[in-house]
Write a protein that binds this ligand. Structure first.
Ligand SMILES: *[C@@H]1O[C@H](CO)[C@@H](O)[C@H](O)[C@H]1NC(C)=O
Ligand SMILES: *[C@@H]1O[C@H](CO)[C@@H](O)[C@H](O)[C@H]1NC(C)=O
Ligand SMILES: *[C@@H]1O[C@H](CO)[C@@H](O)[C@H](O)[C@H]1NC(C)=O
Ligand SMILES: *[C@@H]1O[C@H](CO)[C@@H](O)[C@H](O)[C@H]1NC(C)=O
Length: 477
């Protein structure tokens, strides 16, 4: 373990405090702290048809998930679903996890079947699993048969989805029966499917409901208003969120602390609606940008977005976020692939480091600037502070922000840094991010390199830290 001794006294001398930021770290969680956090809020969503291939054919998958488990003691929660869950039919006699044909390996199948081995593979995962089943094709008997096997075999079954992003269903989908697919049509369909599935399973508290992309025209607020007693069948209400698309792709906006606050703001009412029904809210599928991502998705800045988006979503009251991993070999925002690691994984890893073992987080800033600071609490006391400078850095002189933290109980603190050459850095272009000086081996996801832990001395309970543009620092109190 190497140590970089940060001479805090000389830093204080060199940098004008007037231009820096100062935050007191409250000794107990302040009034705007989060609710109790779950053990592993940073999860992964694997596209339905390609879940078996991720598990069986991509060597990095298990290690990338285990690296996160090693930080928290809990395997990251998994969701198996996406567009192809609503193209899938269960075949109880199939000896294959999935069966489909595609004309190019970069395509997703337009139709597929899955067999009991898919459920067994899901049952073997060490963490909890949300399983996405088909509603669009309107074969309730079929989805119930798959749900029954999942319930009997998966001791790790967290919830079942009945349809993916039904806001995109159309009148030509079998579920619509030729009628136009409106919000009220979907809400009625969700409730009746919950009743039928849970009636056959003799189960409650098991449906991940809603599963809407965005907040309009279908919303959790709307769905909960008609759930009635079926709310008992629901384990959580689920939103999907992709802040950008290829046509709007703007990395500076994606990763900006204040822009993240405004981007997620519409979901606050969804969280409230779920909580008012006594249920959790989750982002069951999320990532940086739809339609391939417009080039911003594989970058380090997208990893910084993950870091701050996770913190702000948890503060808003979301229980967990499941970052989507799509078609292997054709997935800009993926955290890993068969050959290379993806820069966004570093943000997920750092977020998990920040949250490991924590009970609550609290915002120290007001979410209106590019500079974030979060206090992280365990058993009522601050254990870490996360600092994030979301200024967008791509070339030239790299600016920095100084943060003076006061109220520190210890006279000596350590810190780990998340950095990369640029916000635009991509691993496949040779610009590797580092987390506390370390990287992950391409193809295997094994952590490698010498751990770099910085140290700072606190004087009268205060210490100053410098965070460069497009960088984050995790201070261990
Ligand atoms: C619906 O599923 C059942 C049982 O899983 C199957 O026997 C039937 O053929 C399916 N119906 C259609 C229209 O695909
Ligand atoms: C079980 O599922 C069938 C087929 O969808 C449905 O008709 C029936 O009402 C369900 N049973 C219960 C007890 O909900
Ligand atoms: C949280 O509360 C602190 C005061 O305790 C305040 O300075 C900060 O701006 C607040 N942040 C948010 C996002 O509410
Ligand atoms: C991963 O491979 C890419 C080439 O595709 C290379 O640019 C990068 O430096 C490698 N990263 C590590 C950590 O070895």
């Amino acid at each position: 373990m190497a140590s970089l001794f940060l001479p805090s006294a000389s830093l204080l001398g060199l940098i004008s405090l007037a231009s820096g930021l100062a935050f007191n770290v409250p000794a107990t969680p302040p009034s705007n702290a989060s609710a109790q956090l779950s053990a592993a809020p940073v999860g992964v969503s694997l596209e339905f048809f390609t879940f078996p291939a991720y598990m069986n054919d991509v060597a990095a998958t298990t290690t990338c998930l285990k690296n996160l488990k090693d930080l928290t003691g809990t395997w990251p929660p998994l969701r198996i679903g996406g567009t192809t869950q609503d193209r899938a039919t269960y075949d109880p006699s199939s000896t294959s996890a999935v069966t489909y044909t595609v004309s190019s390996p970069s395509d997703a199948p337009s139709s597929l079947t899955f067999g009991p081995p898919l459920i067994s593979l899901a049952a073997n995962y060490g963490g909890s699993v949300i399983l996405g089943l088909n509603r669009r094709l309107n074969n309730q008997t079929n989805s119930i048969a798959a749900a029954q096997l999942a319930k009997s075999e998966m001791t790790n079954l967290n919830a079942i989805e009945l349809g993916n992003e039904p806001n995109f269903f159309t009148s030509s989908d079998p579920i619509a029966n030729g009628a136009s697919w409106t919000a009220s049509a979907d809400y009625a369909s969700e409730v009746s499917w919950q009743e039928a599935v849970c009636g056959n399973l003799s189960a409650s508290n098991i449906i991940s409901a809603g599963v809407f992309f965005g907040t309009s025209p279908m919303s959790i607020a709307g769905l909960t208003s008609v759930e009635g007693n079926a709310n008992d069948y629901v384990r959580d209400y689920c939103s999907h969120n992709y802040p950008q698309s290829a046509s709007t792709a703007n990395l500076a906006t994606l990763m900006s602390h204040s822009s993240i606050a405004s981007q997620i703001q519409p979901f606050a009412a969804e969280v409230s609606a779920a909580n008012a029904k006594g249920k959790a809210h989750i982002f069951g599928e999320t990532n940086s940008a739809t339609q391939g991502g417009g080039g911003i998705s594989p970058t380090f800045g997208a990893g910084l977005w993950i870091l701050d988006y996770v913190m702000q979503s948890l503060l808003m009251g979301t229980e967990a976020l499941y970052f989507h991993q799509g078609t292997i070999g054709n997935c800009q925002y993926c955290w890993w692939g068969r050959y290379d690691m993806g820069s966004p994984y570093f943000g997920a890893y750092f977020a998990t480091m920040a949250l490991a073992g924590a009970d609550q987080i609290a915002p120290l800033d007001d979410h209106t600037t590019n500079y974030a600071a979060y206090a992280i609490y365990k058993a009522g006391s601050p254990v870490r502070v996360l600092l994030y400078n979301s200024d967008y850095y791509t070339s030239g002189t790299r600016s920095s922000q100084t943060y003076t933290l006061s109220g520190l109980a210890s006279s000596s603190v350590t810190a780990k840094r998340l950095t990369a050459p640029y916000a635009t850095s991509r691993i496949d272009q040779g610009q590797n991010p580092t987390v506390a000086g370390q990287t992950f081996v391409n193809g295997t996801c094994t952590i490698q390199g010498t751990l770099v832990v910085e140290t700072a001395t606190a004087s009268a309970g205060s210490a100053t830290f410098t965070v460069q543009a497009s960088e984050a620092l995790l201070v261990y109190l």
